[in-house]
Design a protein around this ligand. Structure first.
Ligand SMILES: O=C(O)[C@]1(O)C=C(c2cccc(Sc3ccccc3)c2)[C@@H](O)[C@H](O)C1
Length: 152
């Protein structure tokens, strides 16, 4: 049994992280987040890959590929797609890979339309409002979950 494979997905506009609205999304860039996630996963004995796209279909395709690649858990910040993407919901449920939905901001403390997620009821868990710490927590949960599943 090789290292556990985790995929980190980030949705539209997150490539702009750290450049605008730092009061909401912080100062870290997406690259900072991805680099730290790879290092954290490695220290936990897991293998993390990452992908960001502004295009819904590209994320759907990457989720399909995750199944082929033997990815065992997904951490996804769907960004705006959270609030309307049935396609992402269907892709994630279709590949039957457990996923953690993460939001840097507390979407429940923001505009009403950000309170609705098309993914949350299908997620293993949802983390929001903890800033980029949410990525760290989500990755740690995935590793623990996969280890527990292996030992069950
Ligand atoms: O809080 C989040 O992580 C969230 O998923 C992230 C979002 C997000 C992601 C990237 C950019 C923006 S808005 C923006 C656009 C340009 C520069 C800075 C921010 C919102 C929102 O669409 C979601 O409602 C909430």
């Amino acid at each position: 049994m090789g290292p556990k494979k985790i995929l980190l997905l980030n949705g539209p506009n997150l490539n702009l992280l750290g450049t605008r609205e730092p009061h909401i999304y912080g100062h870290e860039t997406l690259s900072d987040i991805e680099t730290r996630a790879v290092s954290q996963a490695s220290s936990l004995g897991a293998e993390l890959s990452f992908f960001q796209s502004n295009h819904e279909g590209a994320l759907v395709d990457r989720i399909h590929q995750a199944r082929i690649d033997g990815v065992e858990a997904i951490v996804i910040n769907p960004a705006a797609f959270t609030h309307y993407s049935v396609a992402l919901r269907d892709a994630l449920t279709g590949v039957s890979i457990p996923f953690v939905e993460i939001h840097i901001s507390n979407v429940h403390a923001r505009e009403e339309w950000r309170h609705k997620s098309f993914l949350s009821d299908k997620a293993a868990g949802v983390i929001c409002g903890l800033g980029t710490f949410g990525y760290k927590a989500a990755i740690e949960w995935c590793v623990e979950h996969l280890k527990a599943k292996e030992n069950s």
